[in-house]
Design a protein around this ligand. Structure first.
Ligand SMILES: [Zn+2]
Length: 251
């Protein structure tokens, strides 16, 4: 079976049998893949060996069958390059990292290459490892993922009447309609989320550092609403992050 080498980040780790585990990794060039690591569990019980752990980056070699999608790739080699240690030091960083790993896994198909998703995943984990506020790195990742998937909601004008969104009137996001709805158009739509962030903050890219923590947590809430709708399920650690966001917004 041919071997493939790549850089990868571990998104999920599942016990598979007495001695093996299955990991889901995001490869830099090969996309998301499922890999079986044989014998890994047994060896880690008796003595410490650097295994393959959740939310770490490294170089991977896997052997694959011809029909890639149909079978698990087999782990040949894993060399850890970055463990993002700081993420494990604080609970809010850890749940933020679990959230972005889960969203990355669910929003991408196996063997579908997304180098930009890998890059922004790496950057966000790096940022989270020393983050005082976890929401800016999460929002950067949400934004990058939605952009790459071509599912970024329209944030400049109302998708109902096409009028630009300005000022301080109440606006909503409809995931199904794919963008913002103004006060005149929102009434007929049931599926929508009130936008708590000022309209000008929605589209400016450097806004997260400049506008303070309530903007980043508000943006998280908005993109999370959209992603939950697209994924048709709630992302991992969503409730913990929502509680954290509410705490920031009520400060
Ligand atoms: Zn409108």
């Amino acid at each position: 079976m041919p071997h493939i080498s790549d850089n990868a980040i571990v998104l999920r780790r599942l016990d598979y049998s007495e001695s093996s585990l299955v990991v889901v990794v995001m490869g830099q060039t090969c996309g998301k893949i499922r890999v079986i690591a044989k014998g890994t569990r047994r060896s880690t019980r008796r003595e410490f060996k650097p295994g393959i752990d959740l939310l770490e980056a490294g170089s991977i070699v896997v052997s694959v069958r011809e029909h890639r999608q149909e079978a698990l790739a087999i782990l040949v080699e894993w060399k850890q390059k970055c463990a993002f240690i700081g993420i494990r030091e604080k609970l809010d960083r850890l749940i933020a990292a679990q959230y972005i790993a889960d969203v990355a896994a669910r929003m991408t198909e196996d063997w579908d290459p997304h180098p930009s998703v890998y890059e922004s995943l790496h950057q966000s984990l790096e940022a989270l490892a020393s983050a005082r506020d976890v929401f800016p790195p999460i929002v950067r990742f949400q934004r990058a993922l939605l952009k790459e998937a071509g599912l970024m909601p329209e944030l400049n004008h109302c998708v109902g009447c096409e009028k630009p969104i300005t000022g301080s009137s109440e606006i909503y996001l409809s995931s199904f309609e794919g963008g913002l709805l103004c006060r005149d158009c929102e009434g007929v739509h049931v599926e929508k989320r009130l936008v708590t962030v000022a309209p000008e903050a929605l589209t400016t890219h450097d806004v997260l550092d400049a506008h303070g923590p309530d903007v980043a947590s508000g943006m998280f809430d908005l993109f999370n609403y959209h992603l939950t709708h697209l994924m048709k399920r709630e992302p991992a650690a969503m409730y913990q992050l929502q509680r954290l966001a509410q705490g920031i917004q009520h400060q």
